[in-house]
Design a protein around this ligand. Structure first.
Ligand code: NDP
Length: 307
């Protein structure tokens, strides 16, 4: 199929601004849920160990959760906690009707099985969307709780194609570089559900540059700074850069960059997410969106039309 992509090139997809708008819509809906049903969504984040990066993430999640009017609880366990004790805590949270969302911060200490812990979470409270039931539902097109980063990426992509293109993803060639369970694979499923023709590339893919050049939609989830070069980007493509990489700078400091060589890619792309202020802010906003969604699912409440 020939895809006609209008100029100009180089539009920035403002994930920061989109996430702000999404959080505002969630705030309104949380207030309505309280007024109409007496419910305040409650998200519990469980963190095991003292990993400083995880501590910062969890603190941010807590503050953002409260800011939209939800309840936020953080449970911090020592790194020496046994898997059995963590599973017992998850069972307790599953049974607690006041808890609507459970997120166990990954990575877990090595003596624990993340898969086992995630699968112990009630699928209706699995706001990360990592439970095998949610993964399965997404893959067969049933209503599922969808992992936050791919969900946020899809929202940005749809908005960009609405703003700069003809509004439809149907029939477009999508290439996703990365096949992790939390980003690449669910992203592929979401784009397949949008009727894209999806290719998932990974470390064994041959002729990766050529594969990327076939993409009307290019999603980078590799974890390598500026890995995707400008001349790998098809003229007029939409580029979603999921990567978050910290690199050293000449002045002895450091900065965050994505998986795409942004300046070069921007010259060819119709629209591209920056890093930071692209996909990153969408991840937490989608976590709140999922907590709201989970609360409604648990109580059989339909979402308002515009949600
Ligand atoms: P993983 O490390 O789990 O997966 C990386 C993927 O990239 C793998 O599938 C791997 O292939 C592939 N890959 C690695 N090297 C190459 C290569 N040379 N050529 C082609 N493919 C390659 O990472 P995640 O999916 O968890 O995260 C990806 C990036 O997204 C990271 O930078 C991470 O920090 C960021 N991230 C950002 C989030 C956000 O909120 N914006 C949230 C989550 C992640 P293979 O399977 O063959 O090993």
């Amino acid at each position: 199929m020939t895809v006609t992509v209008p100029s100009p090139r180089g539009n920035i997809i403002d994930g920061f601004g989109y996430a702000k708008g999404l959080r505002e819509r969630i705030t309104t809906q949380v207030a309505a849920l309280k007024a109409d049903h007496g419910l305040t969504p409650c998200l519990v984040v469980v963190i095991v160990g003292e990993d400083p990066a995880s501590q910062i993430y969890v603190k941010n999640k807590g503050e953002t959760t409260k800011a939209v009017g939800m309840e936020s609880r953080t449970i911090t366990l020592p790194a020496t906690t046994s898997e059995a004790d963590l599973l017992a805590l998850v069972a307790e949270l599953n049974a607690d009707k006041a808890v609507n969302g459970i997120l166990v911060q990954l990575p877990l200490p090595e003596h624990m099985s993340s898969l086992k812990v995630i699968d112990a979470i009630d699928p209706l409270k699995d706001v990360d969307g990592f439970h095998i039931q949610n993964v399965g539902k997404l893959s067969v097109g049933l209503e599922a709780i969808v992992p936050c980063t791919p969900l946020g990426s899809l929202m940005l992509l749809k908005d960009a194609i609405k703003t700069h293109g003809n509004g439809s993803l149907s029939g477009l060639n999508a290439v996703i570089v990365g096949r992790s369970n939390i980003v690449g694979k669910p992203m592929a499923q979401l784009l397949l559900n949008e009727n894209c023709t999806v290719t998932v590339a990974h470390s064994r893919t041959q002729n990766l540059a050529e594969v990327c050049r076939s993409a009307d939609i290019l999603v980078a989830a590799v974890g390598r700074p500026k890995f995707i070069k400008g001349d790998w980007v098809k003229d007029g493509a939409y580029v979603i850069d999921v990567g978050i990489n910290r690199i050293d700078t000449a002045d002895g400091k450091s900065k965050i960059v994505g998986d795409v060589d942004f300046d070069a890619a921007r010259e060819r792309a119709t629209a591209i997410t920056p890093v930071p202020r692209g996909v990153g802010p969408m991840t937490i906003a989608c976590l709140l969106n999922n907590t709201l969604h989970a609360t409604r699912l648990q109580h059989g409440i339909a979402a308002p039309q515009e949600a």
